[in-house]
Design a protein around this ligand. Structure first.
Ligand code: PHE
Length: 347
């Protein structure tokens, strides 16, 4: 007699024990192949008595069918698992945070000093209750100049050496020379009050030197609310200065001129090299200029449709690269754009 029961039981056990597609195909050929147990049983049929042969043949067919069905089911199960494993292996986690220890030991890169500085400045201002906003780097003459109370041919245009874009009428599209156009975009929306800082890249047709870059970064600040005074401006700048540079660094304002603020001031901070004692970097004064500021000029409010009888505000703007230079004692700002890893690795 042929032991169909153990052929089926053993076959079924082997099929379900196969752990991957390779193993499964081996089990399959062991069962169904030329030298497999089912073929062997088939050969044994010939030796049976004729009256037993028909019943045994049918049994063998039934067992073979059931094992084939089980093989197909197990195969698709293992295929699904294999596909899932391949997907898992291919997965790229773009949100993964690489710990500093791993980064250093594998030599992977890190954020550029200017980006780190921008992040740190944003943190300080967000901590003071400001929102962060952004605007485009290519601007129209209206946003970069006119709405800021700098009409065409105004002598103050000389303060910003401008790169023009070949777009539309000549000299109507520019690479923004400062972040102040973002003030205009924010006020234009008409959602008041505004307490925002606006960081971003700016462009000027300047020859780079130790303290200037043609492509640089600024952060603009704008507050428009009821009853805003010059005292709020001075207090905001002093708070930011000590929060970012440390409690031994202070700020002071000196009268200046900007077409979009009145009154206007330049703001200076304690020289971070000599801490106020006087050195070569600060030309012996103990102070270093960081940026400009002032009370929003009513002409600017008029350009964007803000009622100057109800609202008042202040604005400031300063260089992010200059901040990085001052905080880290970088003697030549051009190091920020040369991409020399010996410099960049230090931060
Ligand atoms: N936008 C001015 C500049 O880049 C700086 C500034 C901003 C001055 C806001 C006053 C108010 O020169």
């Amino acid at each position: 007699m042929i032991d169909f029961e153990s052929i089926e039981k053993d076959g079924a056990a082997e099929l379900s024990a196969a752990a991957d597609l390779g193993e499964l195909e081996e089990v399959a050929s062991g069962l169904l192949g030329k030298r497999g147990s089912l073929k062997a049983a088939h050969r044994q049929l010939g030796a049976l008595a004729p009256e037993d042969r028909v019943g045994a043949g049918r049994r063998l067919n039934e067992v073979t069918e059931r094992l084939r069905a089980q093989l197909a089911a197990r195969r698709s199960e293992l295929e699904v698992a294999a596909r899932a494993a391949a997907l898992r292996a291919d997965r790229l986690d773009l949100t993964e945070v690489v710990p500093a220890s791993v980064r250093l030991s594998t030599g992977l890169g890190h954020l550029h000093l200017v980006t780190q500085t921008r992040d740190a400045l944003e943190d300080v201002f967000v901590g003071m209750g400001f929102e962060v906003a952004e605007g485009p780097e290519s601007e129209t003459d209206w946003y970069n100049f006119e709405a800021l109370n700098i009409p065409p041919a105004h002598p103050a245009r000389g303060m910003w050496d401008t790169f023009y874009l070949e777009l539309g009428q000549p000299e109507t599209a520019v690479l923004r020379t400062h972040t102040s156009p973002v003030q205009i975009r924010l006020m234009e929306r008409g959602e008041l009050p505004i307490h925002a800082v606006m960081p971003g890249r700016c462009y000027r047709r300047d020859t780079p030197d130790a303290r200037h870059l043609a492509v640089f970064h600024q952060v603009e600040g704008l507050v428009v609310d009821e009853g805003i005074s010059f005292g709020d401006l001075a207090g905001t700048i002093e708070t930011f200065t000590t929060a970012y540079f440390g409690s031994d660094i202070h700020s002071r304002l000196r009268p200046a001129y900007f077409p979009f603020t009145e009154p206007s001031a330049e703001f200076e901070i304690t020289c971070t090299i000599c801490h106020g004692g006087g050195c070569r970097t600060c030309s012996g004064t103990g102070w270093i200029e960081l940026g400009g500021c002032g009370m929003v000029d009513p002409a600017v409010f008029e350009a964007v449709g803000v009622d100057p009888e109800r609202w008042s505000g202040f604005a400031f703007g300063f260089g992010i690269d200059r901040c990085a230079q001052m905080r880290h004692g970088i003697s030549d700002m051009r190091a920020l754009t040369e991409n020399d890893v010996r410099f960049l690795r230090q931060f």
